[in-house]
Structure formats: structure tokens, C-alpha cells
Design a protein around this ligand. Structure first.
Ligand SMILES: [Zn+2]
Length: 275
């Protein structure tokens, strides 16, 4: 599933391509994309909108239009954009936007969990603030803010990192990578981390997300940027998907377990279980 670095990679490329472009015509082929709104209604509403900018909050892509409306896109498992759109039939193409420069943007989604939501002017902030917490790469994400988000939580820290209301944009890959770097066991209760551990984890969350952006995201199977290129972050993984491989710091074999219902990789020596 695309996480913050993958969505940011898509955002920065789409922003370059789409800024000031008008959506001349929109076709949405899949009713699941806009549910409960009928796809033809959303497509008709989008026609004529001019893109002011393409933004991101957490894992949401946000097309901000000159009209003040926003198209909020969540890629979920396998959603992706393609520009220019590939020519010829594609069974996984769910929507196509014809732009006023004659080019097309396609939205592809093999698993069909992606969503498009058109918000009227003034609706965006309330929608997002009800669903996601602070942006980890922004200055406002201080150790104090992070500590407040974790305080009182008895759930494992891995689960807290995956909770978008605690911190926006972190998913399974970057959670494991950040915990390894901070030497914190994924099952530690989130509210019981010492202040210095919270500070370390804040730093490593920012490090791994920044590295992911610099490497244009991680491609495990499906992720591609709008130009069709794979990311390179998967080559920098220290634990994710590396069960049995030696830990880079101590040579202990990396262990795979399950935390918060998700496959979780960690080093049992560097990240000791306090129980
Ligand atoms: Zn280790």
C-alpha cells in the first residue's frame, strides 16, 4: 500500500504536470471509486475545473481547484496515476481525465479500493482533521506533540504508528523501519515509551520518510510513479521483508511476527522485548 513517501512522489510529479491545467472531460468507469455518488455525476462536476495545485495530507492526494473545491483521492492498496496515459485497452483503468493541453491522466487500480471524493469549498479541513493527525515532516510535529498523541495508549507502538490519527502517513513498511532505527520493540505499549524513546522515534520516523521520498518511494509489487517508474526505497530496507537476514548492526537474524494484525519485522537483539 502506498504510504507517505509514495504518495508524495506521485504528488510532486502530478503537481508539475497538472498545475494550471483544466479538466476538459472526465470519464469514471467504476462506481466503487466515487461511492455513494454516481460516477457520471462526479465526472460531470469535475469537467471545467482548473488545477491550482496538487497537495498531500497523510496518504491523501488533494487536487485543489481554482474554484475552491477539492478532489480528495485515496490510493488504498493499488491505486496509481499515469501521465501520459497508456494507449490501448487496460482492464484496470478506472478513470481518465482529458486535460486542456491534449494529454490524458489515467487512474489505475487493480484491487479497486481507491476512492475519489469531491469536496465543496470550505469542507476540506474539517474532513481531514476528523480523520488524520499531524504531518510528521512538518515543524509542528515536535516530540511533545508526538508524546501527547501516544500518551495513555496501551496498544503496541507499531499499532499506534499505523493509526493515522496519531501520526499521518506512516504505514507498515515505514513503521517497521523507524522502530528498528530507534531500537524499539514493536510490541511495546505506546503510552509507556520513555520521553527519550519518543524523541528517538520521532527522529527516525522523519528519517525513513525523508529517505523514502528521496528514493521516490518503495516498489514491492505494484507501485509506480505517474511516469511508470519504480521507487528505490526497497533497496534501503533494514528489516522490512528481511526475515532471517542478518541485522546490519548486530548480525542477529531478523524475525518476522504479527503486531496489530500486520506482518512485522524486527531485530530481537537491537529491539529487546521488555516482557
Ligand atoms: Zn540488531
Amino acid at each position: 500500500m502506498p504510504e507517505l513517501p509514495e504518495v508524495e512522489t506521485i504528488r510532486s510529479q502530478l503537481a508539475l504536470k497538472l498545475r494550471s491545467r483544466r479538466f476538459d472531460h472526465v470519464e469514471i468507469h467504476d462506481g466503487r471509486l466515487t461511492r455513494p455518488e454516481p460516477p457520471e455525476v462526479v465526472a460531470a462536476e469535475l469537467a471545467g475545473e482548473v488545477v491550482r495545485d496538487v497537495r498531500r495530507r497523510g496518504k491523501y492526494l488533494i487536487f485543489a481547484f481554482e474554484s475552491g473545491r477539492h478532489l480528495l483521492v485515496h490510493l488504498r492498496m493499488t491505486g496509481s496515476f499515469q501521465h501520459p496515459a497508456a494507449v490501448g485497452p487496460d482492464p484496470h483503468r478506472r478513470a481518465v481525465v482529458n486535460l486542456d493541453d491534449g494529454s490524458d491522466v489515467a487512474f489505475r487500480d487493480v484491487r479497486r479500493f481507491g476512492t475519489w471524493l469531491l469536496l465543496e469549498p470550505g469542507e476540506l479541513d474539517a474532513y481531514l482533521s476528523a480523520r488524520i493527525g499531524d504531518e510528521p515532516l512538518e515543524g509542528a510535529f515536535t516530540t511533545a506533540v508526538f508524546a501527547r498523541a501516544l500518551a495513555g495508549r496501551s496498544a503496541p507502538i507499531k499499532g499506534a504508528l499505523l493509526d493515522q490519527r496519531a501520526v499521518a502517513g506512516v504505514g507498515n513498511i515505514y513503521a517497521d523501519e523507524a522502530l528498528w532505527r530507534a531500537r524499539i520493540h514493536p510490541q511495546r505499549p505506546a503510552g509507556e515509551l520513555a520521553r527519550q524513546e519518543v524523541a528517538a522515534l520521532r527522529k527516525t520516523v522523519r528519517q525513513v520518510l525523508g529517505l523514502g521520498i528521496a528514493r521516490q518511494g518503495a516498489t514491492l509489487s505494484t507501485f509506480r510513479d505517474p511516469n511508470g517508474r519504480k521507487g528505490r526505497m526497497q533497496k534501503a530496507f533494514k528489516v522490512y521483508g528481511l526475515e532471517g537476514e542478518p541485522c546490519e548492526r548486530c548480525a542477529t537474524p531478523i524475525v518476522k511476527t504479527r503486531v496489530a494484525g500486520r506482518g512485522t519485522w524486527f531485530c530481537p537483539t537491537c529491539q529487546p522485548d521488555p516482557r
